[in-house]
Design a protein around this ligand. Structure first.
Ligand SMILES: *Cc1c(COP(=O)(O)O)cnc(C)c1O
Length: 342
C-alpha cells in the first residue's frame, strides 16, 4: 500500500526534471559570492518581488531568524502573533539569536490587524523594551492557511513606516496566497522591509528559502548567515531546484487548494468532526468531537496508510501538496467516508 502523507507540504520529493536541473547547474563557492545559480535565484526572486536583493539560506527558520537579527538590537521587542511560527516553532530563536522580547497578538486565525499595532508600540522611555519590528505570517500555518487582506497589510506597512518600525513577512507559503488571490509578488514587495519565502514547502524543492530586502539589509543578513553557519559552498545544486520550482510549480498550487477544499467538504460530512477552519489555501485544520480522540483517529488513519498531524488537543492538520494526487484524494475520501467507522 502506498502511503499518503498529508502531514505537511514539506514531504515532497524532487521530480526527475528537478533532479536534472540540479545535476546540470553551474556552481561555484557561494560564500565567495561565486555560485552563478545561487546568484541567479537571489536575483530572480528579488526581481519578481521588486526588491533590491535576495539571500539564499538552507531553511525558512534561518531566513526568518536572520531577518529578526538584522532588524533588531538586543533588548528590542517584536510584535508578532501568539500562533506565529517565529514564536512557536523556531526553538526560541528570537530570544537566543536576537535577545529580543515579543509582544503577542491574539486576533483572528493567526492574523492581527493594523489597529493592533499602535497600542502595542512601547513609548520611548527607559522602562520599556524598544519596539522595532512587526512580523506577520502569510499564509498563517496555525490559522489553517488563512490569507491576509492586502489592504490591511498596506495599512500595517504605513503604520510601521510612520513609527519607524521594520515590517517583516514570514512568507513560507506566500506563493499560496498569491495564487489564491491573484495578487502579484511586487504588490507584496512594496509593502515589506523583508520577506522570507520557502521553496521547500508547496513549491516542492528539497531544500531552500530566500530572504528579500534592500541591499544594506541583505548585506547585514549575509553577515549573520555566515555567523549562524548557514553559508553554503556549491549551493547552486540546491538553488537550481528552487529555480525549477519557481518556473514550474507556482501555478499548480491552485490544484492543492482545490484538493484541500474537497477535503473540507468531506470532513464536514463526518459526524465526529466538530468543525473545520474555512479552507483558503492548502492547509486543512479540523477539530474532533470528544467521542473520537485525536490519537485514535490518527492511528486508525495510519492503519489505512494515511498520515496526518496532531495540531493540538482534538486538532488535526492535513496539508495538500505536489505529491498528493486526485487518485490519493479519492482514496482518502473513501477511507474517511466508508472505512473509519467510529
Ligand atoms: C515551515 C515554515 C517555516 C520555515 O520552516 P523550515 O522548517 O525552516 O523550512 C516558517 N514559517 C512558517 C509559517 C512555516 O510554516
Amino acid at each position: 500500500m502506498n502511503i499518503i502523507d498529508l502531514r505537511s507540504d514539506t514531504v515532497t520529493r524532487p521530480s526527475k526534471q528537478m533532479m536534472d536541473a540540479m545535476y546540470n547547474a553551474p556552481v561555484g563557492d557561494d560564500v565567495y559570492g561565486e555560485d552563478p545559480t545561487v546568484n541567479e535565484l537571489e536575483n530572480k526572486m528579488a526581481g519578481l518581488f521588486g526588491m533590491e536583493a535576495g539571500l539564499f539560506a538552507p531553511s525558512g527558520i534561518m531566513t526568518n531568524q536572520l531577518a529578526i537579527k538584522a532588524h533588531t538590537k538586543p533588548g528590542d521587542e517584536v510584535i508578532c502573533h501568539r500562533e506565529s511560527h517565529i514564536y512557536n516553532y523556531e526553538g526560541g530563536g528570537i530570544a537566543f539569536h536576537s535577545a529580543a522580547s515579543v509582544r503577542l497578538m491574539f486576533d483572528n486565525r493567526g492574523r492581527f490587524a493594523a489597529s493592533d499595532i499602535l497600542p502595542n508600540i512601547n513609548p520611548e522611555d527607559v522602562h520599556y523594551p524598544r519596539t522595532t519590528l512587526v512580523s506577520v505570517e502569510n499564509t498563517t500555518n496555525r490559522g489553517g492557511g488563512a490569507i491576509y487582506d492586502l489592504a490591511e497589510l498596506e495599512k500595517m506597512s504605513k503604520i510601521c513606516k510612520d513609527n519607524k518600525l521594520k515590517f517583516h513577512a514570514d512568507g513560507a507559503r506566500l506563493f499560496n496566497a498569491l495564487v489564491a488571490t491573484g495578487q502579484s509578488p511586487a504588490q507584496h514587495g512594496a509593502i515589506f522591509d523583508s520577506i522570507s519565502i520557502c521553496l521547500s514547502k508547496g513549491l516542492g524543492a528539497p531544500i531552500g528559502s530566500v530572504l528579500l530586502g534592500n541591499k544594506a539589509f541583505i548585506h547585514e543578513a549575509r553577515h549573520f548567515r555566515r555567523m549562524f553557519g548557514g553559508g553554503m559552498r556549491q549551493a547552486g545544486i540546491l538553488a537550481a531546484a528552487c529555480i525549477y520550482a519557481l518556473d514550474n510549480n507556482v501555478n499548480r498550487l491552485a490544484d492543492d487548494h482545490t484538493r484541500a477544499k474537497q477535503l473540507e467538504t468531506i470532513l464536514l460530512k463526518l459526524p465526529y468532526v466538530k468543525s473545520v477552519l474555512p479552507v483558503e489555501t492548502n492547509i486543512v485544520i479540523f477539530y474532533l468531537k470528544d467521542e473520537v480522540t485525536d490519537s485514535l483517529f490518527l492511528s486508525k488513519l495510519n492503519e489505512m496508510g494515511i498520515k496526518a498531524s496532531r495540531f493540538g488537543p482534538q486538532t488535526i492538520r492535513f496539508v495538500t501538496h505536489l505529491d498528493f494526487t486526485d487518485d490519493m484524494l479519492a482514496r482518502v475520501e473513501n477511507v474517511l467516508l466508508h472505512q473509519l467507522n467510529f
